[in-house]
Design a protein around this ligand. Structure first.
Ligand code: NAD
Length: 369
């Protein structure tokens, strides 16, 4: 298969973890016989330095041409006091909008070797494996009217939570299709006891569910879901929710994985004529200026984002599985970066990338006999 991928390393540890993610992608493509067509672009602080813009036109063009985009992270301390349109993070919002990636997928799973890194009791976390599907381009973050007006006691702030049937339908289809490839269960999260917005959400989700008779649907109110995520995380398979609720719940889910450096994410849009789903793949973490340039960054979230890309944009589930297995093997071997608190000397970012690539090749050899 031809894999037409744009790479945007970004700033700080973004460049370091992306180098390891590419190492693993190249190895996978070579082992499984895929043709990799890579282009590279500027995003974030590095783009501001070179072009004056966080999301230059050239990057926009490359992103619209690619089937999938791998991103590192953006953000540099020198821009902390810059106006919003001149900040690296603006590039992130602009590329999401340009690609119309409306469904954000955050897989959250526990790894046996990292059970002690989670603040939750081992027996609660062991075996947890869910995907949170968050609507990404609607709801409270984008609704109008919005703004602050008036003065003194009359000063008021307004945000609008708005969803259309179409917005709810398209993200619901993503969740149900994902569930079909997993344990066939969708939990839709809303606040329908209070919000009309959530009442429409629930009604449309139920309608979409009628087309997926093989998938079980249940509903949770968001406050109860927040509690169940830590009380009983194993009950979840696919969690479907709107933008604000998903933003909060997915960070709560992150504690299950042990370190922020472990977490991949995928943001999906509609399908391209090539059949690939438009997708933006990035680790959840930021540019971590405190450890940048020291070879300390954990690259496994970025490597997991490559696996997510192969699975969701290109439908290459065997290849994704191989990367997940290789990652698990590295975790079990203890050859991990300092954030995962290994017993011996921590491995460097590049050593972890090399080890995953090597384990991948051993996995392929063992599984093709
Ligand atoms: P951060 O995620 O960069 O770092 C938080 C803490 O986690 C730091 O102590 C860091 O060392 C550690 N950490 C993060 N990733 C790690 C990894 N892979 N391995 C080991 N340790 C890791 O968040 P922050 O410090 O709040 O933000 C730094 C910059 O990144 C800011 O400019 C912020 O705006 C930006 N940011 C960008 C993104 C993105 O590009 N998607 C996301 C979050 C923050």
């Amino acid at each position: 298969m031809k894999l037409n991928v744009l790479v945007l390393p970004g700033d700080g540890i973004g460049t370091e973890v992306t180098a390891e993610a590419l190492k693993v992608l190249r190895e996978t493509a070579s082992l499984y016989g895929h043709q990799l067509v890579l282009s590279e672009g500027l995003l974030g602080g590095v783009a501001i330095h070179q072009t004056g813009m966080p999301f230059p036109d050239e990057t926009r063009k490359l992103a619209l041409e690619a089937d999938a985009t791998i991103m590192g992270a953006v953000g540099l301390p020198e821009f902390d006091n810059a106006p919003p349109e001149k900040r690296p993070e603006r590039g992130l919002l602009e590329i999401r909008k340009a690609l119309e990636v409306f469904a954000n997928l955050r897989p959250v799973r526990s790894y046996k070797a990292l059970l002690n890194s989670s603040p939750l009791k081992n027996h609660l976390v062991d075996g947890a494996d869910m995907i949170i599907v968050r609507e990404l381009t609607g709801g409270l973050y984008y609704g109008t009217p919005r703004g602050i007006s008036g003065n003194g006691n009359e000063e008021r702030a307004v945000n609008t939570m708005v969803y259309t049937r179409r917005e709810i339908e398209r993200v619901s289809h993503v969740a149900f299709q994902l569930a079909r490839k997993r344990r066939k269960k969708v939990t839709s999260v809303d606040k329908s006891n209070v919000l009309e917005n959530s009442q429409l959400w629930r009604k449309v989700v139920v309608e979409v569910a009628s087309g997926y008779g093989d998938v079980q649907l249940d509903h949770l109110l968001v406050d109860n879901c927040a509690m169940q995520l830590v009380l009983s995380p194993k009950r979840f398979d696919v969690v479907l929710t709107e933008n604000l609720f998903g933003d909060i719940l997915s960070d709560e889910g992150a504690v299950l994985a042990g370190s922020i450096g472990m977490l991949p994410s995928a943001s999906l849009g509609d399908k391209r004529p090539s059949g690939a789903s438009v997708g933006l793949y990035e680790p959840v973490h930021g540019s971590a200026p405190d450890i940048a340039g020291q070879g300390k960054a954990n690259p496994l979230g970025a490597i997991g984002s490559v696996a997510a890309m192969l699975e969701y944009s290109f439908g290459l589930t065997d290849e994704a599985r191989a990367i997940y297995e290789a990652t698990e093997e590295i975790l079990n071997s203890g050859k991990v970066t300092a954030d995962l608190k290994p017993e011996g000397k921590p491995a460097s970012t590049a050593e972890v990338g090399d080890a995953v690539a090597k384990a991948l090749s051993a996995y392929k050899a063992a599984n093709s006999k």
